[in-house]
Write a protein of this length. Sequence first.
Length: 41
Amino acid sequence: MQISFFAKVVLFLTLCCISDLSVKNNIMRKVTNRANRAKKV
C-alpha cells in the first residue's frame, strides 16, 4: 500500500510540474509574440 501511495504522489507531482511548465511556456510564447509584434511596428 505504501509503495503504491508513494507512486501516486510522485505521479501527481510530476503531472503538476509538467502542467505548470506547459502553462509557463504558453505565457512566455504569448509575451515573446507580443514583443515581436511591438518590434515590427
